[in-house]
Design a protein around this ligand. Structure first.
Ligand SMILES: [Zn+2]
Length: 163
């Protein structure tokens, strides 16, 4: 349905060849610069930075940034993602490997699982801050930054956090 509505008004012409066009560049050419510009324009926060630029902070080791980005995009190999990609075939194998109470998706693994919540609270106690876990990883990430800022706690690699 969404695809049909998007192509409904597309006019075709006979005799011309099909070609790909990057709609986020005035010349229709994909460049990493135009993709970076697109990504960094999204979701500008109060301090002008975006989740994208905060995740890809050059101070963080690239493997940490990559993991954070994959988590926020729900691209980590949770059992539900493996089931979706048919790596595992049986729905019965998709339960959390720690609590075995729910399906293991990113939200459960990092926010909803009892073990994850225990770890978050232990870290909060260790850092001396209050952490409010949200319904999803994106909102938790954004609120986590706010929680750190309110506690005037600087965390390596998160710009806008230093007081
Ligand atoms: Zn669990």
């Amino acid at each position: 349905m969404e695809l049909q509505s998007k192509i409904r008004d597309v006019k075709t012409s006979q005799g011309s060849t099909d070609r790909w066009e990057w709609i986020h560049d005035k010349n229709g050419q994909y460049t990493t610069k135009s993709a970076y510009s697109l990504l960094t324009k999204e979701e500008s926060g109060a301090n002008g930075s975006t989740t994208f630029t905060r995740v890809w902070n050059p101070i963080l080791p690239s493997k940490i940034s990559t993991f954070n980005w994959q988590l926020l995009q729900d691209r980590i190999p949770t059992k539900m993602n493996l089931l979706r990609r048919r790596v595992i075939k049986d729905m019965g194998e998709s339960r959390c490997g720690i609590c075995n109470e729910r399906e293991e998706d990113s939200t459960h693994m990092f926010l909803k699982c009892k073990m994850a919540q225990w770890l978050w609270m232990a870290c909060a106690k260790w850092w001396g801050i209050k952490i409010t876990l949200q319904e999803d990883c994106w909102n938790t990430f954004q609120n986590f930054e706010r929680d750190l800022k309110e506690a005037n706690l600087e965390l390596l690699g998160m710009d806008g956090v230093a007081g």
